[in-house]
Design a protein around this ligand. Structure first.
Ligand code: NAD
Ligand code: UDP
Ligand code: UDP
Length: 316
């Protein structure tokens, strides 16, 4: 049995990770400041004696003894990370320093949840890990993109300078149950709009692409990455190569929900990446043949069922 710290454990991805790690027989400490996370996502785990919940902000030092750390704390939706951009940078950078300082002191292995956003508006397609990215350092997305890029640099330098055992994964757009209905991300927005019969808000002409990964595929990739040999530190892309335009996503969701919603086009936000698709050759090679198993349509069916239930329960 390992003792594992999950920062951002009350968030969308973190809550799935806590559940999986407990099911695998580990002791889990879930740390969160509840900025975008919610207790409801992990409330069902509270009866488990091997689960502990800590309210803490990773921009402050934190002392604990664990074997492994998954560092997920950071808002991930553009609306949420742009709400307080300075805080987003502090969480990515000061949070990384604190968690790396912790890992160094206790000799724990630490995994960083980095992002496909480090590639910015990419001029290489699909994106592989060799590509350095094309990021606007002063744009509205820079608090997140540059924060995560600086965190990657911190991780690599703690590894080189202080022998900290690190793992870096670059996560591509992930969706699934336990997303928040109002988090502003495209999958949650479109499904909730479709279920409520409201206009579906496509930003720009809808020709921009994303590659959507179902959350269980991500969790499997994360856990396999943590288990790789110490000399493999990444970064490694974890995503589903199936690439769709936002117009295609809309028609899938309208089809699956039978919604009568109309499409409206709103202005495209600044620096919105035009295309995004992971090259997962490295992940397949290093993570024991890992690859996504849930196609978009199947994942959307599960996610729509979750939102239908949630909207009913909350009377929305
Ligand atoms: P989320 O917003 O649901 O979860 C983030 C969690 O971190 C929340 O519970 C939030 O309360 C917590 N948090 C934020 N700032 C904190 C702080 N200073 N101290 C302690 N806790 C803090 O987002 P998510 O989708 O679950 O993303 C999890 C991680 O994965 C993030 O680091 C994100 O950047 C990364 N990621 C996610 C995606 C995706 O598509 N979901 C894509 C790329 C990267
Ligand atoms: N830190 C922490 N928990 C620990 C050890 C360190 O939160 O168990 C934080 C502390 O704030 C420290 C930072 O991690 O400033 C970086 O630690 P490091 O040892 O790299 O450098 P220091 O700042 O101590 O010189
Ligand atoms: N998007 C959209 N309508 C929405 C929300 C998002 O058309 O209501 C678009 C957005 O402009 C982007 C894509 O969907 O091109 C994915 O947006 P999201 O915020 O989910 O993630 P990210 O841009 O970080 O990949």
């Amino acid at each position: 049995m390992k003792r594992i710290l999950v920062t951002g454990g009350a968030g969308f991805v973190g809550s799935h990770l806590c559940e999986r790690l407990l099911n695998d027989g580990n002791e889990v400490i879930c740390l969160d400041n509840y900025f975008t996370g919610k207790k409801q996502k992990i409330i069902h785990l509270l009866d488990n004696p091997y689960f502990e919940l800590v309210r803490h902000d990773i921009t402050q030092p934190f002392y604990i003894e664990v074997d492994e750390i998954y560092n997920l704390a950071c808002p991930a939706s553009p609306v949420q990370y742009q709400y307080n951009p300075i805080k987003t940078i502090k969480t990515s950078v000061m949070g990384a320093v604190n968690m790396l300082g912790l890992a160094k002191r206790i000799k724990a292995k630490i995994l960083q949840a980095s992002t496909s956003e480090v590639y910015g508006v990419p001029d290489v397609h699909p994106q592989n890990e060799e590509y350095w990215g094309h990021v606007n350092p002063i744009g509205v997305r820079s608090c997140y993109d540059e924060g995560k890029r600086c965190a990657e640099s911190l991780f690599v330098n703690y590894h080189v300078q202080n022998d900290v055992l690190i793992k870096i994964i670059r996560i591509f757009n992930t969706y699934g149950p336990k997303m928040e209905p109002d988090d502003g991300r495209v999958v949650s927005n479109f499904i909730v709009q479709a279920l409520k019969g409201k206009d579906i808000t496509i930003f720009g002409d809808g020709q921009q692409t994303r590659s959507f990964q179902y959350v269980s595929d991500l969790i499997e990739g994360m856990i396999r990455m943590m288990k790789t040999d110490d000399d493999f530190i990444g970064p490694v892309n974890i995503g589903n190569p199936g690439e769709f335009t936002m117009l295609e996503l809309t028609s899938e969701i309208i089809d699956l929900t039978g919604s009568k919603s109309k499409i409206v086009h709103l202005p495209l936000p600044q620096d919105d990446p035009t295309q995004r698709q992971p090259d997962i050759t490295l992940a397949k090679k290093k993570l024991n043949g890992w690859e996504p198993t849930i196609p978009l349509r199947e994942g959307l069916i599960k996610t729509i069922a979750y939102f239908e239930q949630l909207l009913k329960e909350e009377g929305l």
